[in-house]
Design a protein around this ligand. Structure first.
Ligand SMILES: [Zn+2]
Length: 72
């Protein structure tokens, strides 16, 4: 079972996604940590980047967990 990743879109929104390492189900894989995908926060398409949760503050983590993009 793939774990939830914290992801940030090009507009700066934070959300979680189930990040499949090798393939993109609903996203176009660019590199292992970058994809072109739909952002669930404002429902737009853009570059999204997987980020390390250790770099986030508590409020950022809470904001990220409020939105989930599902399988990516
Ligand atoms: Zn966004």
């Amino acid at each position: 079972m793939a774990g939830k990743a914290i992801v940030q879109c090009s507009a700066g929104h934070l959300f979680t996604a189930t990040w499949l390492p090798l393939i993109g189900i609903k996203s176009l894989r660019i590199t292992p940590s970058r994809r072109y995908a739909r952002c669930p926060v404002e429902r737009h398409w853009g570059m999204v980047t997987k980020i390390d949760a250790a770099h986030l503050t508590e409020p950022q983590l809470i904001a990220a967990q409020a939105h989930d993009a599902g399988l990516q």
